[in-house]
Design a protein around this ligand. Structure first.
Ligand code: SF4
Length: 434
C-alpha cells in the first residue's frame, strides 16, 4: 500500500451484494476492438466474416483513417451464403487466399466471426485450421468471434488474445507476461519502469509482430493491464501460467500497487519500487490534483459498458475525491476485480449486466453530477440536463500508468468544466451584465 492511500475505513466491496441485471446489453460489439488491435499487431490482418452492417460499423468506428495498406476488411456474407445456397467455406478460402497472395506482409490473419456468421454456424475454427495448413509457415491463421450477441465491445480484445494463446510454444523460463493492448508510448513507459525496478525478462501479449514469438508455461507470471481479459487469463492459466493479483495500473495508486505486486512476485522489495517511482508518482499526483479540483465531492454514475468501470470508480473515488452512486459493469470477473473491490469503500450500488430502463430510472432518481455511458444514451441524457462522458473514449485514450494519470482525471473533469462554461458562457455573461 502506498503511504498516501489508506485502505477504506469499511471492509471494501469484495463481499458487497451485486445487483444482477438480465436485460439486453446495449453496447457496441466486439468488432470494435479491431480498431485498436490492428495498430498493435503490425503484421496482422483482421478479416471480418460478416454483413454490410459489420462493414459499416468498422468503417464508422475507424472514422476517417486512411491507410495505404489497410489491415482490416469485411468478407460480406451475401443472401445466397445466408440461405445456405453457396458454400461459404469455399468462398472464404478464395477471399483469404487472394488477400494473402496480394499482401505478403501479412503474417497473422484473424478470421473474425460476427452475428451473421454465427447465425449460419459458419465454422471459422475449421477454416482457420485449413488456411493455416495451406499458408504455413509464412502465415498463421487464427479465428475468434466479435459477434455482438450478448457481448460487449472490449470482449473482442479478450477473444482475440485468448485465440493466440494455444499457438504459443511451451516455455519453462521465469518471465513476466504483460497482457493487454496498450498504446506504444504507454507500453514503453511500463517496460522502462519494470526494467528499472529489476523485473525481467518481460514479454507482451499482443506482441507487435508474429516473429516476436515467446513461450508460455509454469514460469510465466501474468500481469493484466485491462480488467476485461478473463478468457485470455483462463487460457494462459490452462498452460500453467500464474496470475499476479493486483489492482489495475490506473492512477498513482493503482500503478504503484500493480508494480509492487509484480516486484513481490520477483522477490524485489517494495522500497525499490518506491525509490524508482518517486518522481513519476509526484508528477502523477500533481497532474491529477490539477484535473481533480472540479471532481472533488461530485457524484458519478457509471453505466455498464467498457468493463473498466470498477477500476475507474476506485481511481475517481480514492484519488479524485468523487462519490460513486452506482457502478455498473457488463460482467463482473470476481477474481480479477477482487483487489479493486477491496479498495472501494462500501456505499455505491454495484450492478452486473444491463437493464437500461431500470438503470435510467435509478439514474434519474439520483441525478448525479456526471454519468459515464454509451454513445446512444449520452445525447438524450444531455438533453435532460445530465452531464455525460462517453465510455468508449476511455478505451481509445491512453490512460494507464503514472504519466497518463492526469489525462485520465481530465477525461472526467472536462465535461464538468464544459457544463460550467456553458452555464456562464460569454453569451450568458453578456446577458447577465446587460
Ligand atoms: S457483429 Fe453483429 S452487432 Fe457487430 S456489427 Fe456485425 S451484425 Fe452488428
Amino acid at each position: 500500500m502506498t503511504d498516501r492511500f489508506a485502505p477504506p475505513a469499511t471492509a471494501g466491496c469484495r463481499t458487497a451484494p451485486v445487483l444482477k441485471e438480465r436485460g439486453q446489453h446495449e453496447v457496441f460489439c466486439g468488432l470494435t476492438g479491431i480498431i485498436w488491435l490492428h495498430r498493435k499487431m503490425q503484421d496482422a490482418f483482421f478479416l471480418v466474416v460478416g454483413s454490410r452492417t459489420c462493414a459499416h460499423l468498422l468503417q464508422s468506428a475507424a472514422g476517417v483513417m486512411i491507410f495505404a495498406e489497410p489491415r482490416f476488411a469485411t468478407a460480406i456474407l451475401e443472401e445466397t451464403d445466408l440461405a445456405g445456397l453457396a458454400d461459404a467455406q469455399d468462398e472464404l478460402d478464395r477471399v483469404a487466399s487472394e488477400l494473402l497472395a496480394r499482401r505478403p506482409d501479412i503474417r497473422q490473419l484473424f478470421l473474425v466471426g460476427s452475428c451473421p456468421s454465427e447465425v449460419i454456424k459458419l465454422d471459422l475454427a475449421k477454416a482457420a485450421e485449413r488456411l493455416s495448413a495451406a499458408h504455413a509457415p509464412n502465415v498463421r491463421v487464427l479465428n475468434y468471434s466479435g459477434s455482438g450477441i450478448e457481448t460487449t465491445f472490449t470482449q473482442g480484445e479478450d477473444a482475440c488474445l485468448a485465440a493466440m494463446v494455444p499457438s504459443l510454444p511451451e516455455a519453462t523460463a521465469e518471465e513476466l507476461l504483460i497482457v493487454g493492448a496498450l498504446p506504444d508510448v504507454v507500453e514503453a513507459q511500463a517496460l522502462d519502469l519494470l526494467e528499472r525496478i529489476g523485473v525481467g525478462p518481460v514479454r507482451v501479449l499482443p506482441a507487435p509482430r508474429a516473429s516476436d514469438q515467446f513461450g508460455v508455461g509454469p514460469g510465466t507470471r501474468i500481469a493484466l493491464v485491462q480488467p476485461f481479459l478473463g478468457d485470455t487469463l483462463a487460457a494462459l492459466e490452462r498452460r500453467g501460467a500464474c496470475h499476479i493479483a493486483a489492482p489495475l495500473p490506473f492512477g498513482e495508486e493503482g500503478t504503484t500497487l500493480w508494480l509492487k505486486a509484480i516486484a513481490a512476485e520477483f522477490g524485489i522489495a517494495p522500497s525499490v519500487v518506491d525509490t524508482v517511482t518517486e518522481a513519476p508518482r509526484a508528477r502523477a499526483r500533481k497532474a491529477v490534483a490539477q484535473a481533480a479540483d472540479i471532481l472533488r465531492g461530485k457524484r458519478i454514475f457509471l453505466f455498464p459498458d467498457s468493463q473498466l468501470e470498477i477500476p475507474l470508480a476506485r481511481f475517481l473515488t480514492r484519488e479524485c475525491g468523487m462519490e460513486a452512486v452506482e457502478i455498473g459493469t457488463p460482467f463482473l470477473h470476481r477474481r480479477i476485480m477482487a483487489p479493486e473491490l477491496d479498495l472501494l469503500a462500501e456505499g455505491p450500488v454495484i450492478s452486473e449486466g444491463q437493464d437500461v430502463d431500470k438503470q435510467l430510472a435509478r439514474l434519474r432518481a439520483a441525478r448525479p453530477d456526471l454519468t459515464v455511458c454509451g454513445l446512444g444514451l449520452a445525447n438524450p441524457l444531455e438533453a435532460e440536463g445530465l452531464t455525460t462522458k462517453w465510455a468508449i473514449e476511455l478505451v481509445f485514450t491512453p490512460v494507464h500508468f503514472y504519466e497518463q494519470a492526469g489525462d485520465l482525471a481530465g477525461l472526467f473533469s472536462r465535461p464538468l468544466r464544459r457544463r460550467d462554461t456553458l452555464k456562464v458562457g460569454p453569451h450568458d455573461a453578456a446577458l447577465a451584465s446587460s
